[in-house]
Design a binder for this molecule. Structure first.
Ligand code: NAP
Length: 254
């Protein structure tokens, strides 16, 4: 019989960025249902996430207010959260997307996406890694990658660059920290119904083209990603380092 406790997060404390909505909320709810206490970090109110977690009857939830586009603020937030109780996991989920043809792409749209999706992800991981290594604690980091960690896409230059970078950093951090007790892995969501994909779903032609290419025949839901996150935070994945799990309805297999 398999040891189901290998999939439990009881007694763990996990920080999830961008937990107020979308995939981040889905991860927060799944992770808390698996028994962990969750700290949701972000710049918007987390009331709906708190309510869903309470209704699900899992671990406790608290919110940490923070604009992640500022590296120093984000690191200070993590240090403060850690001071209240050490963390076992960090999920770098917060991300933004800007759409424009490559010939029109602005520097502002480049910088904003890189700051949140890549720079903040690295320095938050660094803050988490420093604490865990200092205290000799095991830790698990999950980075939210994308289909555009593997493919080019169109009209999303900075997003594609940032998500290719997320995959690279996942591998680099895994190589540096695997032997020190920190697992760093990624999840690459396919097309998930959130505000990030609102513009695509509003475009009837693009939306139909995307759907027709998904072997599973449906868009993903935030909970699909949440369940994969539980696995990557649990003991069951202790020997996984630098992996990226596509949760994409088969998109990349096509
Ligand atoms: P979403 O609904 O737009 O959520 C994005 C989250 O990031 C929100 O919580 C947002 O907070 C937060 N965030 C953005 N900038 C921030 C900042 N400066 N400081 C703090 N928080 C900030 O999108 P989503 O689809 O759930 O995306 C979550 C992650 O999944 C992203 O990394 C995205 O790239 C990735 N992803 C999504 C899909 C998809 O199909 N949806 C596919 C592949 C990858 P606010 O609500 O306050 O803006």
């Amino acid at each position: 019989m398999s040891d189901l406790s290998a999939f439990s997060l009881a007694g763990r404390r996990v920080l999830v960025t961008g937990a107020n909505t979308g995939i981040g909320r889905g991860i927060a709810v799944s992770v808390s249902r698996a028994g962990a206490d969750v700290v949701g970090a972000g710049r918007s109110a987390m009331d709906e996430t708190a309510a869903q977690i309470e209704a699900a009857g899992g671990g406790r939830f608290e919110a940490a207010s923070c604009d992640l586009s500022d590296k120093a603020t984000a690191q200070a937030m993590l240090d403060q959260v850690w001071a209240a109780g050490p963390l076992d996991g960090l999920v770098n989920n917060a991300g933004v997307i800007r759409r424009a043809d490559a010939v029109d792409f602005t520097e502002a749209d480049w910088d904003e996406v890189m700051e949140v999706n890549l720079k903040s992800l690295f320095f938050l991981s660094q803050a988490f890694g420093r604490k865990a290594l200092e205290e000799g604690r095991r830790g698990k980091i999950i980075n939210i990658a994308s289909m555009l960690s593997f493919q080019g896409g169109i009209r999303v230059a900075s997003y594609t660059a940032s998500k290719h970078g997320v995959l690279g950093l996942t591998r680099l951090l895994a190589c540096e920290w695997a032997a020190k007790g920190i697992n760093v892995n990624a999840i690459a969501p396919g097309y998930i119904e959130t505000s990030n994909t609102e513009a695509l779903r509003a475009d009837a032609e693009r939306s139909a083209a995307i759907l027709s290419r998904i072997p599973a025949g449906r868009w993903g839901e935030p909970g699909d990603i949440g369940d994969a996150a539980v696995f990557l935070l649990a003991r069951a994945s202790d020997y996984m380092h630098g992996a990226c799990i596509p949760v994409d309805g088969g998109w990349l297999a096509r």
